[in-house]
Design a protein around this ligand. Structure first.
Ligand code: NAD
Length: 290
């Protein structure tokens, strides 16, 4: 396939590289980052989008997605797919999808989970909103860049699935970290805490797979000085998107809001920026009840 790839940062570059390595003709554009090996340099987003059968965007946020869409939609061929893999607000995803559909294009919002390691290894999970027709066309690309793609319904539903998942993830990480910190203060060995919870009803992905306590459970960023992994500020971004969406549809999300406030505090006032989101554990350890 002829693919335009716009946004070649930490995630986009390895995704584009994997598509090129699989034999697709990939033309890329990023105003800051150079194209990786195997990806032709387009010099502009419009040049990357022109004549592509699929245009993939992997951008920082919804405002940038909307501005890139303004630039490229007119240059894309009718019937081609606009595949946005960025994590953005649901409203931006739906606005861009409507603009693309109005021009005879096939939009998909397909945010990912799996992080930079998943992008490099081609093991991402895609949560996809848009038409079945567009999903069919993009499916072989999901197979290359990822291990699973779930079609979640119409446009915006991929972003909805992503922020609901990450609202659970953020809240669960906080719950796991505060329980570890309490267990420490109660004199419970961390290994015993892990052995019990990981096989009891308190188990979770954050305990069993991504344990925030160094030295117990499988290897995780905690074993690497809390170097991300998944940075606390990216978790904060997703939690803010979840609360923005909850506001828009009048959904009561008290735990999600508390998680958002706590990550905001951690990132902005407590030196959490640049640390993995599991570094909530040393943060809780250092604090008392006030
Ligand atoms: P990044 O900041 O490394 O990459 C974004 C790239 O977009 C940058 O290289 C930037 O130069 C480029 N860009 C900015 N404005 C542009 C424009 N107008 N035209 C073209 N390119 C432009 O971010 P990332 O870590 O690659 O994340 C990309 C998206 O994936 C974000 O929405 C993020 O929330 C999401 N995501 C990231 C991770 C992760 O672990 N990094 C995991 C899941 C989802």
């Amino acid at each position: 396939m002829k693919i335009g790839f716009i946004g070649l940062g930490n995630m986009g570059a390895p995704m584009a590289t994997n598509l090129a390595a699989a034999g697709h003709q990939v033309t890329g554009y990023d105003p800051v980052v150079e194209c990786p090996d195997g990806v032709a340099d387009a010099k502009s987003s419009v040049a990357a989008a022109t004549d592509a059968e699929v245009v993939i965007t992997m951008l920082p946020d919804g405002a940038i997605l909307r501005s890139v869409a303004d630039e490229i939609l007119g240059a894309m061929s009718a019937g081609s797919v606009l595949l946005d893999c960025s994590t953005v607000d649901v409203e931006s995803a739906r606005i861009v999808a409507q603009q693309a559909s109005d021009k005879g294009l096939l939009p998909l919002d397909a945010p990912v989970s799996g992080g930079v390691g998943g992008a490099e290894g081609g093991t991402l999970t895609f949560m996809v909103g848009g038409s079945a027709e567009a999903f069919e066309i993009a499916n072989p690309l999901f197979d290359i860049m990822g291990q699973k793609a779930v079609h979640c319904g119409p446009s915006g539903n991929g972003q909805s699935a992503k922020i609901c998942n990450n609202m659970i993830l953020g809240a669960t990480m906080i719950a796991t970290c505060e329980a570890f910190a309490l267990a420490d203060k109660l004199g419970l060995e961390r290994q015993a805490m892990f052995d019990v919870v990981s096989t009891s009803s308190g188990y979770s992905w954050t305990m069993n797979v991504y344990c925030p306590a160094p030295g117990v459970g499988p290897t995780s960023p905690a074993d690497n000085g809390y170097k991300p992994g998944f940075a606390a500020e990216l978790m904060l971004k997703d939690l803010r998107l979840s609360q923005q969406a909850a506001e828009a549809v009048d959904a009561d999300t008290p735990i999600g809001r508390a998680a958002c406030d706590l990550y905001g505090q951690f990132v902005e006032n407590e030196d959490g920026r640049g640390k993995d989101f599991s570094a909530m554990l040393p943060r809780f350890e250092a604090k008392g009840r006030t």
